[in-house]
Write a protein that binds this ligand. Structure first.
Ligand SMILES: NC(=O)c1ccc[n+]([C@@H]2O[C@H](COP(=O)([O-])OP(=O)(O)OC[C@H]3O[C@@H](n4cnc5c(N)ncnc54)[C@H](OP(=O)(O)O)[C@@H]3O)[C@@H](O)[C@H]2O)c1
Length: 334
């Protein structure tokens, strides 16, 4: 089968190759992959920021495709089903553990830049009927994380949600928050992107370049109350402001480190406002299934900024590495 391998932690170390088609074992399914989408973790692997034990590897955690063969004992899917293989196939549900988190597609298990992958049948989630393979491939990491954020804070009509930037997680969080009836305040470096966010339902727009004290803007917009949920995708440079922007009893859902992870923390806002600072490491197969059901129920269409051909994998990574050019997700089709 055709595949792309990453031979070293370098953005120039992609090579096209021919590999033996994987064989399915008992309980496994062979999936003909059709699409992949990039996440920050893929970039971290390809730049050496996230250490990986062995190279070469087939990169990219997220993907979607079609079932083409079934191993013994598989009865939950059929040939021809459109499926999303979860990137952590052993994390079925419940809390993350060292055991269920370690085996990860695109790191220690084959990722999505190959024609075929053999995965456990119980790690598959159906592609929502209204989505194509590329849109389906956007769900595992970004949509699941955004779904967990909105669910963690019990977002409902009247809730105020603050989103930082217009990357994959923030845009899914915008879509889930609006579907839940919340008021959404979103901050971006770009007025054009803010306009696109408005078209997706964002209620209040803040350009964080023009208004670096965006937390004070949030307080003004909410009559001094603050936000019930801040989805913290940026990390080091925003964390203190996220604590300031949160309402009494609010949730700062802490997932990202786009700007670095070494934030210094003033505990007083956490203590005085009884904040919930909730860490999250992606989500389980059950979380992805819930997110996909919510996407189906609300007819949410993932926002794909650009689709690269698999032969242009290097360009796709370069686009993500450029930082802040895309809106929503970057995809690779094959
Ligand atoms: N722990 C988890 O569960 C989990 C899961 C998924 C992702 N993540 C992490 O979450 C982060 C975001 O992921 P992603 O896939 O959404 O990334 P992404 O698509 O690359 O988006 C990053 C966005 O951050 C925004 N940004 C950068 N600096 C900012 C600042 N100072 N203030 C506000 N926004 C800023 C930019 O938005 P503009 O261009 O609009 O300015 C940029 O587009 C990454 O660190 C990723 O590793 C964690």
């Amino acid at each position: 089968m055709k595949a792309i391998e990453l031979t070293a932690p370098s953005l120039t170390a992609f090579r096209q190759t021919e590999l033996r088609e994987p064989q399915v074992g008992p309980g496994e399914v062979l999936v003909r992959l059709r699409a992949a989408t990039l996440n920050f973790i893929d970039l971290a692997v390809a730049t050496g920021v996230y250490p990986v034990p062995t190279f070469p590897l087939i990169p990219v955690a997220d993907g979607a495709g079609e079932v083409v063969a079934l191993g013994d004992g598989v009865d939950n899917v059929a040939r021809g089903d459109r499926v999303i293989p979860h990137f952590r196939p052993h994390w079925q549900g419940g809390l993350v553990t060292a055991r269920n988190a370690a085996p990860m597609r695109g790191l220690t298990l084959p990722g999505s830049l190959a024609e075929y992958v053999a995965v456990p049948a119980d790690s598959l989630v159906p592609v929502p009927a209204h989505l194509d393979f590329i849109q389906g491939a956007a769900l595992p990491i970004a949509a699941t994380t955004a779904w967990n954020a909105v669910r963690s804070a019990q977002v409902r009509p009247g809730s105020v949600v603050v989103l930082l930037g217009t990357g994959g997680v923030s845009i899914f969080a915008l879509q889930f928050a609006k579907a839940s009836g919340a008021t959404v305040i979103i901050a971006s470096s770009s007025d054009d992107k803010l306009e696109r966010a408005r078209q997706l339902g964002a209620d209040h727009l803040i350009n964080y370049r023009a208004a670096p004290a965006w937390d004070e803007e949030v307080l003004k917009l909410t009559g001094g109350q603050g936000a019930d949920l801040v989805v913290e995708t940026v990390g080091e440079v925003t964390f203190a402001r996220s604590l300031n922007a949160a309402a009494m009893g609010g949730t700062v859902f802490t997932v990202g480190f786009v700007s670095g992870a070494a934030a210094s923390v003033n505990l007083m806002p956490i203590i005085v406002k009884s904040l919930r600072v909730v860490g999250n490491n992606t989500g389980s197969v059950a979380d992805l299934a819930d997110a996909a059901r919510a996407i189906a129920a609300h007819r949410i269409v993932p926002v794909i900024d650009r689709v690269f051909d698999i032969d242009d994998t290097r360009a796709a990574y370069a686009e993500l590495n450029a930082g802040g050019r895309h809106f929503g997700k970057l995809a690779i089709a094959h």
